[in-house]
Write a protein that binds this ligand. Sequence first.
Ligand code: DSN
Length: 417
Amino acid sequence: MSSLADVDPQIAELVAAEERRQADTVKLIPSENYVSKAVLEATGTVLTNKYSEGYPGKRYYEGQQVIDQIETLAIERAKALFGVGHANVQPYSGSPANLAIYLAFLNPGDTVMGMGLPFGGHLTHGWSVSATGKWFSPVRYGVREDTGRIDMDEVRALALEHRPKLIFCGGTAIPRTIDFPAFAEIAREVGAVLAADIAHIAGLVAGGAHPSPVGHADVISTTTHKTLRGPRGAMLMASDDEHAKALNKAVFPGLQGGPHNHTTAAIAVALREASGDDFKAYAHQVVTNAKALAEELSSRGFSLVSGGTDNHLILIDLTSKGVAGKPAAQALDRAGLETNYNTVPFDPRKPFDPSGLRIGTPSVTSRGMGEAEMRQIGAWMDEVVTAVSKGDAEDVIARVHAEVSELTGTFPVPGLS
Ligand code: DSN
């Protein structure tokens, strides 16, 4: 940091401020995590100086003696960890990875079926404001109003009616196990490519805490920075050679230029970490913690979409608490509890001012917190949300913030000294 502080003290101070903020906050955003010191180190290396368009052994620039070895290690580790025949570690992030799937298998105007964004899907699964919703013909499935869960009969009926060429399963606000075999059966029945977007749950899959899509989905996309606990980036995986070739061509030269080699190295490090027994224990604890937090919130009268969770994520409908998601998330943030406001299925409110809160346990589990801390966090959330609903939250926010600081002081952030 000394040279950064010399060259650009403003940015150095802002980085230090963000370090302090991350250390002092209980991070409950389910798509975030803390990387290890080793992953951070790999990210900040001279590998950022190199162009490597192409793939190992077939590049458009010389000087790839080292980069080829790094990318090959990342690929081999991804294949071994997830049990797939092919991995592409070059997508810059989740959205470009998903766009590569369209380029690989669809023509503009073709039909894609995915979960609607307000029900827990992702923008790139064919939502209207995304290029994938503008350039392709989207069909959307949701969840049942009475259960908050995906209705596989509805998915099958829609697929038979619209005959999509591509079906996405997975999403960003799904608290329940994804039934990969059921999606695969439907995709086979209509002749669609099945893409499993496991961005949120990749670490759980790797650690054996969620069923794997391997053997069911034709292609798998994931980011590397959520439960998988790597740097910001993404991967595409396939078992079949034909799918693999199409994906490779779509990523480069179809969509991207040179891969971000420093990120590739950090992905390789994260994949190595994720193959250890410690990581398996971590993945299971993420789920145990989420269930404990969900139970605490339920017992305090919070309404959870689908009634609870099977994974790392909890979606809360705050309607019964008399508070909207945004003011609740803002008050919680001021109390040191970082969440994000989110739409809930059948939300009568607007996406920028929705009824829900989305929380999760990947980050708090990386800090070593367990079920006792989850119960405490549930109690704090209740106190703050109740105070907001009464319109007099300042004293509660100040007290909870002091208590949160005491807790975070005893659970250091991985990767920070
Ligand atoms: N932004 C991610 C999330 O928070 O779930 C999805 O891309």
